[in-house]
Unconditional design. Sequence first.
Length: 290
Amino acid sequence: MKVSFLITSSVLAFSSLIPSSASEASSQEVPSYELYAISYGRAAETIPLSSVALGADPTQTLTINCMIWFLKSSDGRNILIDTGFLGDSPHFQTYPLPIIDYLRPDSALARLGIQAQDVTDIILTHVHWDHADGLSLFPNARVWIQRAEYEYYTGDAWQAEEEPSGIDARDMIQLVEINTQGRLRFIEGDGQEIYPGITALTGPKHTFSSQYLGIETGGETVVLASDNLVAYGAFGLQFPPSLSLEPTADPIAHQRMRAIASSIDLIIPGHDTEVFDRFPNPAEAVARIR
């Protein structure tokens, strides 16, 4: 599905990935990165794309893929983006779609020859169960998260009568434990460079303070959208309110992604099995994006 839009001057103003006040990271040389998408399970049934993207072609369907991403840096860092979920996740037990080909995320990562203990960093795009439940698998990693996301979901989110949607309490307890171990690192809002060439971007609110990444590698910029763009066919469309705290911000964020990425082909959605058809597969259920 083709979606046309106007990239306004306000969107283009956001296209620089480096914050105006240069961080320590931005003064360092940008290493080269290998970027991979790794599947650790997929839905056995398709769903209508319109169920996750308002206004989508009613005939178009989506195969939900359970995905994590891996960045291998030339400076020795092994960076995992999101951690997936464990087989005993409370939300997984009640998930309405049957998941097939499930493999524990650390075993899926091993397809690239990377062992769990060798992961140096984890960047959490948000704390939904299918992105944060695998934290315990990677005991040596620093964990990067938006400060506002951490503070809300380890605090005020649980003061309401109903527990926050899509969040496993045990994952929040794990984050607090990681903080007490000195392994947690806070990202302070939009446009913050985590490491040279890796910039955290915010705007749409899939969760309280979800983020996505701009990654510079090989002279190009990849936008790893995670759940801020669930599928290729959802580009330019809103999430339904059940999947977004601010649905009207989603199309604006997609325009910004288009302004940042070197090409529209380098905007990577969070749950679309088509990723593994568009890019080379160096191993089973692995796509090398760059």
